[in-house]
Design a protein around this ligand. Structure first.
Ligand SMILES: [Zn+2]
Length: 58
């Protein structure tokens, strides 16, 4: 059986970043499917912008 390398330009499903925000008491933290976690924020909008920044940086 032959193993082909993945074609360039095609996104690797394992490398896709799906971010979400998780509320922890008074704080809100951004989480990503890659295992990344953002800093605890008091504002959910801040946690969301952390998540967006992470997803675009990766
Ligand atoms: Zn990620």
């Amino acid at each position: 059986m032959q193993q082909k390398p993945p074609p360039p330009g095609e996104p690797d499903p394992a490398a896709v970043h799906h971010t979400s925000t998780v509320e922890q008491g008074k704080f809100c933290t951004a989480h990503c499917t890659c295992g990344w976690r953002g800093p605890a924020r008091r504002a959910r909008s801040k946690a969301r912008s952390d998540a967006l920044e992470h997803a675009s940086a990766c």
